[in-house]
Design a protein around this ligand. Structure first.
Ligand SMILES: NC(=O)c1ccc[n+]([C@@H]2O[C@H](COP(=O)([O-])OP(=O)(O)OC[C@H]3O[C@@H](n4cnc5c(N)ncnc54)[C@H](OP(=O)(O)O)[C@@H]3O)[C@@H](O)[C@H]2O)c1
Length: 361
């Protein structure tokens, strides 16, 4: 077990609520915001199909390592410009020179988030970057400092926080209905395809279960209980040096405990259960996009609350980025940079204990 280094930031107790519950994320909230998308990979495609639902989102530009992929993506989704690598200049650098782009969405593998997001901030673009924000806390702190220095918006793309179901879970916890939270259990595991070329299994791409999905159990812990006092981590490593399973225990000064688990081999329940002195809340699978909450009181009475999700569930976080830019906010109160820095320091400490390292460390 290791105590975490105190941060200069005030410790976040719970993430403030935005009152998103039951709000429709689709209607425009202000002037158009012009988007540049960096990469044409799997998640970029899904997120862009949600972005296209928002009338004040302009699908401006997309970049890829190849011009062919950039153009195919642009034509499929209706982007106005497409940039591939050209004459030694990476496609993303060409996109960052496009004055018509206000904000970029970085959807490359983890290990390139820092390089690409830093270049975007230096080019004066606001940034929504996929999770985990970077490979380690040092890189994350550097990006946060740069965004603040340049007065640009920066957010880690943890869409889970913005979902009506998760906002409602946070609201129930904050209301005291469950009493004092004493124990939280959250897991996310799935049998990942056994492909050696997949970024999930490649150490040079920041592979492994903890970095790929650890942010989800941790986000439940952070909005329910805040920053822990200490963390312990154990993991099983593959021959390639990435974790196929990692188990975490977070301890709080109140005595509350969190058990979190990630796996790239096991089909796990993919749920979160928050247990308090007066009752318990459980979300259905998957904990990163739940549609149901079951609340059980101490006397055993149960109620189920159900939630519909617009699009693939990314519309809420995209609405939040657009709203923040329209209102001149440099970070989202629902996904504050302090929480991202806490997550990155927890991941660093867990990796150090479990022996997980990456070339960029
Ligand atoms: N929020 C979520 O729900 C969610 C879900 C899945 C993944 N993610 C995150 O999104 C990121 C991408 O995941 P993915 O599943 O979309 O991966 P993916 O399908 O492998 O796509 C990544 C794309 O990045 C580009 N790329 C590949 N290697 C690169 C490199 N070395 N440098 C720069 N660009 C490179 C490629 O696009 P081009 O060929 O066009 O260059 C590739 O298609 C990861 O960080 C992951 O954690 C988030």
């Amino acid at each position: 077990m290791c105590a975490l280094t105190p941060t200069p930031e005030p410790l976040l107790v719970r993430t403030p609520l935005l009152g998103f519950v039951d709000q429709d994320p689709v209607p425009a909230s202000g002037d158009p915001v012009r988007w540049g998308i960096i990469s044409t990979g799997r998640i970029a495609s899904t997120v862009v199909s949600d972005l296209a639902l928002l009338p004040d989102a302009v699908l401006q530009s997309v970049s890829s390592r190849t011009q062919e992929n950039a153009e195919a993506f642009a034509s499929e989704h209706g982007f106005q410009s497409a940039y591939g690598d050209d004459g030694g200049l990476p496609g993303y650098q060409r996109l960052l020179r496009d004055p018509a782009v206000d904000v970029v969405y970085v959807a490359t593998p983890h290990t390139s988030h820092y390089l690409v997001a830093k270049a975007a901030l230096k080019a004066g673009k606001h940034v929504l970057c996929e999770k985990p924000l970077t490979i380690n806390a040092r890189e994350a702190e550097d990006l946060v400092s740069l965004a603040r220095e340049k007065s640009l918006f920066l957010m880690e793309a943890v869409r889970t926080r913005f979902l009506p179901s998760v906002q409602r879970a946070a609201e129930i916890i904050a209301s005291g209905e469950l009493g004092e939270v004493r124990w939280l259990q959250a897991d996310l595991g799935f049998p990942a395809p056994d492909r050696p070329d997949s970024r999930l299994w490649r150490r040079e791409d920041g592979g492994g279960a903890l970095m790929d999905v650890g942010v989800y159990p941790l986000t439940w812990a952070l909005f329910s209980l805040g920053r822990p006092q200490s963390i312990t981590a154990t993991a099983h490593l593959t021959d390639g040096g990435v974790d196929s399973e990692t188990a975490l225990t977070l301890s709080y000064s109140s005595g509350a405990q969190v058990q979190a688990m990630t796996s790239l081999t096991a089909a796990t329940p993919q749920t979160a259960t928050v247990c308090g002195t007066k009752g318990m809340l459980r979300c259905n699978a998957p904990l990163f996009n739940p549609s149901e909450l079951t609340i059980t009181s101490g006397s055993g009475e149960q109620r189920v609350e159900k939630f519909a999700t617009v699009g693939h569930g990314y519309t809420y976080q995209l609405r939040e980025v657009i709203r923040c830019l329209q209102e001149g906010l440099l970070e989202s109160p629902t996904m504050p940079l302090a929480d991202t820095l806490t997550t990155m320091s927890l991941l660093d400490e867990a990796r150090s204990q479990a022996g997980i390292s990456y070339p960029g460390d």
